[in-house]
Design a protein around this ligand. Structure first.
Ligand SMILES: NC(=O)c1ccc[n+]([C@@H]2O[C@H](COP(=O)([O-])OP(=O)(O)OC[C@H]3O[C@@H](n4cnc5c(N)ncnc54)[C@H](OP(=O)(O)O)[C@@H]3O)[C@@H](O)[C@H]2O)c1
Length: 291
């Protein structure tokens, strides 16, 4: 039995779908007010709880063989990105869980001080590695599904808002590929106690994204490029009213200001270890947008 946290999220939902496609027993950790009907219909066991509550975490990890931690945090990084994962790891040990798959983030080891999510994830990685559990740590770049709403807006307007340097490179990963890799990690021998950078097969600049949209919808993109200083100004302004929001925006700023891409060696290692061909961003978008 798998336990998937963040089972209603972009990644978690895909993990549950793929597990149920092969009729694997899975318990999805969900919140009561979330939209979990689809998971239930597919035959997932639903565990209703809150990852801020240790008792819920303890109960959810009973009779579990594998854990995939794929929840996000919103604003409460300390409680969810950090503490909930530490608790999950402790409970996994107590309950004799065979393998723990942790979704981290690309660049987590670069020491970004202004990015709470990155700091929390690095601390969780260290705790997991020292735990004695079998583990796989996946460090993905940005998820391709994040671009779907932007593509839909582009379809309507032809406009693409780009914040920061258009030359910044990334290797956006197909969220379906990442789900597949997370699931396979518990059985692929070469994935045991390993850390993988996970990205798509190509390194692209952020300026290329509207061009891909343009090809898909056969429309010339109108790119509105806002420099990062505008974001910084807004963030400082917000900080006057909501210092916590200002701090949590540090993670977004880090993502906007830096490059997050995998090297060809990292991609080769991933494809070899998991015996798969990674999907390009354009293919992912065409599949979902039906173009
Ligand atoms: N998105 C990216 O580009 C990206 C890139 C690199 C790494 N990652 C990492 O990948 C993981 C998955 O990301 P994602 O984009 O799939 O996340 P997401 O779509 O934002 O989903 C977050 C999930 O966490 C759940 N959650 C939040 N607070 C909770 C709580 N208190 N108790 C129980 N569940 C709670 C949410 O449940 P509700 O449905 O109830 O809100 C949702 O299922 C995260 O760890 C993220 O940091 C993401």
């Amino acid at each position: 039995m798998f336990l998937v946290t963040g089972a209603t999220g972009s990644l978690g939902r895909r993990i549950v779908r793929q597990l149920r496609d092969i009729e694997t027993p899975i318990r999805g950790f969900v919140r009561l007010f979330s939209n979990y009907r689809e998971l239930e219909d597919r035959g997932a066991e639903i565990f209703i709880g809150d990852l801020k509550n240790d008792k819920d975490i303890a109960k959810s990890t009973k009779d579990i063989d594998y854990i995939i931690s794929s929840h996000g945090s919103g604003e409460d990084t300390q409680a969810l990105d950090y503490r909930a994962n530490i608790e999950l790891i402790d409970c996994a040990k107590e309950n004799g869980v065979k393998h723990f798959v942790y979704i981290s983030v690309l660049g987590v080891d670069r020491g970004y001080e202004d990015a709470p999510v990155f700091k929390a994830k690095r601390e969780v990685e260290k705790y997991l590695m020292a735990s004695g559990l079998n583990y796989t740590i996946l460090r993905p770049s940005g998820f391709a599904n994040n671009l779907l709403p932007l593509a839909e807006r582009f379809r309507e307007t032809g406009i693409y808002l780009l914040i920061g340097d258009p030359q910044n490179r990334s290797s956006i990963v197909s969220t379906d590929d990442l789900a597949k890799i997370a699931i396979a990690s518990v059985r692929v021998e070469g994935a045991k106690n390993q850390i993988f950078s996970v990205g798509g097969p190509q390194v692209i600049t952020r300026g290329e994204i509207p061009k891909i949209f343009g090809r898909i919808f056969q429309k010339d993109p109108l790119i509105i490029n806002t420099p990062l200083v505008v974001f910084d100004g807004l963030r400082s302004g917000l900080g006057l009213f909501n210092p916590q929001l200002q701090r949590s925006l540090g993670t977004l700023r880090t993502l906007l200001a830096h490059e997050f891409f995998c090297t060809p060696e990292e991609i080769r290692k991933l494809e070899e270890t998991y015996d798969m061909k990674l999907e390009s961003l354009e293919s992912f978008l065409r599949r979902y947008l039906g173009s």
